[in-house]
Design a protein around this ligand. Structure first.
Ligand code: ZN
Ligand code: ZN
Length: 431
């Protein structure tokens, strides 16, 4: 059942959600490397809110809760995307397929007037003026496929603009977009693919693994016709000025270097490192770290520290991050973590003969994601009080199977649903 079903009374929703939550206390993790930085036995302060929010200054809004390259049967989950609402400001983490529709459902509001034949919208919504920044964990399509929609449709709802409440004058205030720089090169061994006459796709300047800046520029170029029509004929602002791009690991002006020793991403994409700063303003302080998404480089987890609490997004990762995720997430209020159902991997890949390509693919799937049976232990090591499952693969895995993530985790487990809102409140902890 989806939270956005407006006709369902809040109390029923609360009862239904209550069925999928198990509360508990945090205990000291076994591994001494992940030292506790906060009092033990802190109860979770995360609360599931009604569909249109509650009296919480900081709210996590899940926009898309599945992942993968496909549309799953019997589910309406969009692909990976979340919004963090702090006060009146929206920060977005990833934009997988279907997520911009959820963004509109969650935040786009307008007034209506009554005209002959029924109500009609009173002007255009400018709700997306609240979006200040976007953070991409990595550039896989289940995290970025709606980025073009965000850039092309968002301007109709105020994206990258600010309207002065007193003068009503509107000006451009670009949305800040953060994400990976270019990998630099593809994986070294392309034999299997090339033997099948595979085509290596290149950009106009020979890039085979472009970063966020070139991806953005190429989206504008691909949609030049409509952008030029909208700006020349329809009074839209310059689309290319509505966002600014900062690459993490890029080499452009203002880019953020990755403070880790990665001489060759084909050898190691996730060396042990400390979290590093990405962004801060009056609402949030954002830090990042490399996680282990197999050959994908760079692939980030992000931590958002707010005055009300801390939220960490794992991005796509296997369980072996050399302690990186544990260091980043230590003591956070909420860990939003990806999960894959190992039973689905078994059904999909069967038991391939050793040494075959299918066997390699199955191993890759197991290593670059986190199984239901592992994610609870990871959350426990991270010393977080609430674990929220997202990037649920497959998207139609029954909740009862996902509930098994409670194994080895003593905190509160929430199985994510699209448009679920979670409020956090901090008790007596200074930022
Ligand atoms: Zn993914
Ligand atoms: Zn991925």
């Amino acid at each position: 059942m989806r939270l956005r079903s407006a006709g369902i009374p809040c109390i029923l929703i609360a009862l239904l959600l209550g069925c999928i939550i198990v509360a508990g206390n945090i205990t000291t993790p076994e591994t001494p490397a992940y030292e506790l930085q906060r009092p033990r036995n802190v109860q979770s302060t995360a609360v599931i809110l009604p569909p249109f929010g509650g009296n919480y200054n900081t709210q996590l809004v899940l926009l898309g809760t599945t992942g993968g390259v496909g549309w799953w049967a019997d589910t309406t989950r969009a692909s990976s995307s979340s919004a963090l609402l702090v006060g009146d400001t929206i920060y977005i983490i990833d934009l997988g397929q279907g997520s911009t529709a959820r963004l509109a459902e969650a935040f786009v509001r307008n007034d209506f007037v009554f005209a002959k034949g029924g109500r009609i919208e009173d002007g255009s919504s400018i709700s997306l003026q609240k979006v200040r920044a976007v953070f991409f964990t990595h550039l896989h399509q289940d995290h970025t496929a709606d980025y073009p929609a965000f850039l092309l449709i968002g301007p109709g709802a105020g994206l990258g603009m600010h309207t002065d409440p007193v003068t009503q004058k509107t000006s451009i205030v670009p949305v800040k977009i953060f994400g990976p720089g270019s990998r630099g090169e593809l994986e070294a061994d392309k034999t299997n693919y090339l033997n099948r006459s595979g085509t290596i796709v290149e950009t106009y300047d020979g890039q085979t693994s472009p970063g966020l800046r070139q991806m953005t520029s190429l989206i504008w170029q691909a949609y030049a016709q409509t952008i030029n029509d909208m700006t020349l004929d329809n009074g839209y602002p310059d689309f290319t000025r509505l966002v600014t791009i900062t690459e993490i690991g890029g080499s452009g002006p203002g880019d953020i270097p990755i403070p880790a020793d990665v001489p060759d991403p084909n050898a190691d994409t996730c060396p042990a490192m400390e979290p590093f700063p990405v962004y801060s303003d009056e609402n949030i302080r954002v830090t990042a770290i490399l996680v282990n998404h197999s050959q994908v480089y760079p692939s980030f987890a992000y931590r958002f520290d707010t005055p009300d609490g801390s939220i960490v997004f794992s991005g796509d990762t296997g369980i072996v991050t050399n302690g990186n995720l544990q260091r980043l997430a230590n003591g956070a209020d909420i860990l939003v973590h990806e999960v894959i159902d190992e039973a689905w991997i078994d059904v999909k890949f069967g038991t391939p003969a050793e040494g075959t390509q299918m066997a390699a693919l199955k191993t890759h799937m197991q290593n670059s994601h986190t199984k239901i049976s592992d994610v609870g232990r990871i959350a426990e090591e991270c010393n977080v009080s609430t674990l929220v499952l997202n990037h649920i693969v497959p998207g139609n895995t029954p909740k009862m199977r996902l509930m098994q993530a409670q194994q080895n985790f003593s905190g509160k487990l929430i199985v994510g649903e699209d448009l679920m809102r979670i409020g956090i409140r901090k008790f007596g902890r200074a930022w």
